[in-house]
Design a binder for this molecule. Structure first.
Ligand code: FES
Length: 217
């Protein structure tokens, strides 16, 4: 069974973060699916919208839920991030309708423009989950299996705004605008650190170091 390896990770949570987690646990106490609710709340409150190892450890300690179960939930659901998210999120649909209308090319161009690599290994699977973040953490590129807007294919979501019938030119324009705007999170950087992060189907480096989990599903 995976186990949390280092007690020192607890120390990176400050009092405010612990209080927030305590409140999330209290709010979901006795509710069906309480763990998922807690994880969702904690992630939403994080500046970089991810679940840090110290946060997961703290949740385990405070709830008595086995760490392996918590990590399994956090790594299984696409909703949860184990690495810090960029200031902006661009999500490319890789469902069948979007794929047949060129979403693969859009993804390739997007990653090329942003200097991201690592998406090439996903080329044989339309719906494989992917999440890559630029080194400056301005943009995270994700893929999704389907937005449920197939008639508008190819579909790309930019910061929760759905764009329809996207072509390379419109996507390039959107991304250019994103990379030129100010970074509101700079002044609020939390304990997640500033290291460039990549998330795909592998376990986050911090969790690998801690000896947790078998891998993201
Ligand atoms: S396949 Fe892209 S929205 Fe459904």
């Amino acid at each position: 069974m995976p186990a949390f390896a280092s007690d020192s990770a607890h120390e990176t949570l400050d009092t405010k973060e612990k209080l927030l987690i305590d409140q999330a646990i209290f709010a979901h106490q006795g509710c069906p699916g309480a763990l998922l609710g807690i994880l969702e709340t904690v992630q939403a409150a994080n500046t970089h919208k991810y679940l840090s190892l110290p946060a997961l450890r703290y949740i385990a300690g405070a709830t008595g839920i086995p760490p392996a179960r918590i990590f399994s939930a956090a790594s299984f659901y696409a909703l949860f991030n184990l690495d810090p998210e960029g200031d902006n999120v661009v999500c490319v649909c890789r469902g069948t309708a979007c794929h047949t209308r060129g979403s693969r090319g859009l993804l390739d161009k997007l990653c090329l423009d942003l200097g991201l690599s690592g998406h090439e290994s996903h080329e044989n699977s339309e719906a494989d989950k992917l999440a890559l973040t630029t080194a400056d953490r301005r943009v995270t590129v994700r893929t999704v299996a389907c937005f449920g807007q197939c008639a508008l294919a190819p579909v790309v979501e930019v910061n929760h705004r759905i764009l329809s019938h996207v072509n390379e030119r419109t996507l390039e324009r959107e991304v250019k605008a994103l990379t030129q705007i100010a970074r509101p999170r700079d002044s609020m950087a939390g304990p997640g650190g500033n290291a460039p992060q990549t998330k795909n189907d592998s376990v986050s480096p911090q969790f690998q170091r801690a000896g947790l989990g078998e891998g993201r599903k």
